[in-house]
Design a protein around this ligand. Structure first.
Ligand code: GRF
Length: 226
């Protein structure tokens, strides 16, 4: 069976890109990474793509007079490589309606918060400063508007009392990698689709239980508090 020709768009480190590559390197994967594009030539993720032997390219947004022309170059490059599906992985450009419409339901993003909470930057700083009890990550289809669109998968993790933005970011990142691999895998298998702007699943398990932070199951014995 032909595998889903997928591109990953990056601007930086590329750890989510690597999670997607590793997912596609599984022998039974229904997706393949056909192309990696960065909008900056110093993105560390580019050397990672090279190490994995992938096709990669730089399309520098500063070479274009406006967003539309930059995006036109992106789409042309994606089409040249026969790309059918696009994953944004730390891609730091806001996309116009034209690009989003061109790749409608074929464009997904990963964000390090439980959307719709904390779209944009500095998610972990903001969650800690608001004293919220859970952080997490979201993979979603892309719509116009920063970090918006139908949600595919989220993982929540507790924010610990001593968490800093850095410690929290690194625990969330581990979950990001799992969520992004899951999303691409299930989309490529045809198990995920969008209907009336909601994501639908075929044969995908849903958990029944919640998790509390602090853990409400502790200290319930009569002997405490004496
Ligand atoms: C990740 O936290 C992702 O959720 C956000 O940008 C970061 C990119 O990290 N959109 P990496 O380049 O994938 O390591």
């Amino acid at each position: 069976m032909a595998r889903l020709r997928t591109a990953v768009l990056i601007s930086g480190r590329g750890s989510n890109m690597q999670a997607l590559i590793e997912e596609c390197n599984r022998s039974n994967s229904a997706a393949e990474i056909a192309l990696v594009i960065s909008n900056t030539n110093d993105a560390p993720g580019l050397s990672l793509a090279a190490e994995f032997g992938l096709n990669y390219d730089v399309i520098d947004h500063t070479d274009f007079p406006n967003r539309e022309q930059f995006e036109e170059a992106l789409t042309n490059r994606l089409m040249l490589s026969g790309v059918e599906f696009v994953c944004l992985a730390g891609f730091m450009r806001i996309l116009t309606k034209k690009f989003v419409d061109r790749w409608y339901n074929k464009l997904i993003n990963i964000h390090p918060s439980l959307l719709p909470a904390y779209p944009g930057l500095y998610t972990h700083e903001r969650a800690i400063s608001d004293d919220t009890k859970f952080a997490g990550c979201t993979v979603h289809y892309v719509r116009v508007g920063v970090d918006s669109g139908p949600i595919i998968i989220q993982t929540a993790i507790p924010i610990l009392v001593n968490d800093t933005p850095e410690t929290l970011a690194s625990r969330v990142l581990e979950e990001e990698h799992k969520c992004y691999a899951f999303a691409l895998r299930e989309i490529a298998l045809g198990n995920i689709y969008v209907e009336d702007e909601k994501v639908q699943f075929n044969g995908v398990l849903q958990p029944q239980r919640g998790v509390a932070n602090p853990d409400s199951s502790t200290n319930t014995s009569d002997e405490t508090g004496t």
